[in-house]
Every structure is written in C-alpha cells, then in structure tokens.
Design a protein around this ligand. Structure first.
Ligand SMILES: CC(C)(COP(=O)(O)OP(=O)(O)OC[C@H]1O[C@@H](n2cnc3c(N)ncnc32)[C@H](O)[C@@H]1OP(=O)(O)O)[C@@H](O)C(=O)NCCC(=O)NCCS
Length: 148
C-alpha cells in the first residue's frame, strides 16, 4: 500500500499528497461538482510529474461516516516560472462548509511560498471560491492574488 505524505493535520482533517489509490474518489467528487471533467487518466498523468505539480487530498473523520469513502476533497496546482496556478479544487457535497476547501487552499499556498512562488492564480471564477479564498488568508484583491 502506498504511504501518503502528510502535509498538515488538525481539527480532524488530514491534508496529504494525493496517491493513485485516491483517484477513483477524486473522479467521483469531480463528477459530483459539475467541474470541467479531467477524468482518471488526466489525474494519473499529473501524478507522474510530481516536481512541478502539487496534488493534495483532504481526508477526515467526516468522510468516515460515508461508507467506503476516505477523501473529503482535493486540490491541484502547478508551479510555473515562480507562479502557482491552482487548477482545480473540489469538496464532497456532503461535507461542504466545514472548512475543507479553505484548508486545501491554505496548504497549496503554503507550498507555493515554500517554493518561493511570487504569485498564486486561482484559475476559476466561482463566487463560492472567492469567498473561500478570502477566508483562507487570501486578500480582498480577488482571485488573482499574491501568495506572499
Ligand atoms: C468551492 C468549494 C471547494 C468550497 O469548499 P468548502 O469545503 O465548502 O469550503 P469551506 O467550508 O472551507 O468554506 C470556507 C468559507 O468559504 C465561504 N463559502 C464556501 N462555500 C460558499 C458558498 N457556496 N457560498 C458562499 N460562501 C461560501 C464561506 O465564507 C465559508 O466560511 P463559513 O462556512 O464559515 O461561512 C466547494 O463548494 C466545491 O467543491 N464546489 C464545487 C466545485 C467548485 O466550484 N470548485 C471551484 C472551481 S475549480
């Protein structure tokens, strides 16, 4: 069994690196959100280039109550020329509004800072997400916002 690299824990939530074992649940969450569909193959391909891509999942006690499910949400971002591009973030509908999205965003921003990223781009324009961004320590400047 592949061991997950844990990024942070707290408040019953564990944020760690996505592994191949998470992909079926990640695709399930993606399909439940109505996001543009990447699908298993695209996520799997991204997992093969860990140097510039950070793919995280949130697992927690909340999803333990959903039989057979471990992943509460996920986020995917890529570091390009000192810029952190956040491509995709989604949380299982059953466990929204409990801070999972905010923790995922905070974790990738922290990673970006550790890699000396100068800017972070949230490459979406969802109203809910801009609220999560502010709540997780972004600035009111909006979705295109400094990570530093
Ligand atoms: C956007 C999304 C990731 C948020 O995840 P979440 O775990 O519910 O977010 P959080 O619980 O961390 O929310 C933190 C704050 O963001 C704001 N927020 C979150 N969802 C919101 C909504 N639907 N409407 C208004 N504000 C919202 C609130 O201020 C919230 O704090 P509060 O609950 O204390 O009021 C989730 O709603 C989702 O998966 N949506 C579908 C996929 C999507 O649109 N992804 C973005 C495009 S890639």
């Amino acid at each position: 069994m592949e061991t997950r690299e844990v990024i942070s824990t707290g408040l019953g939530l564990c944020i760690g690196r996505m592994t191949e074992h998470d992909l079926l649940e990640v695709v399930e969450i993606e399909e439940a959100t109505g996001l543009s569909v990447w699908g298993w193959d695209a996520y799997h391909k991204e997992l093969q280039s860990p140097e510039d891509v950070i793919m995280l999942v949130a697992t927690n006690a909340m999803t333990d109550s959903i039989p057979g499910r471990k992943v509460a949400g996920f986020i995917i971002s890529r570091l390009v020329a000192g810029e952190l591009h956040i491509n995709n973030v989604a949380v299982r509908p059953e466990v929204r509004r409990r801070g999972v999205g905010a923790r995922l965003l905070a974790a990738v921003l922290s990673h970006g800072r550790s890699q000396a990223a100068r800017l972070a781009f949230l490459e979406v324009s969802a109203g809910a997400l801009s609220a999560v961004w502010v709540s997780s320590g972004g600035t009111a400047e909006g979705l295109l916002c400094s990570a530093g």
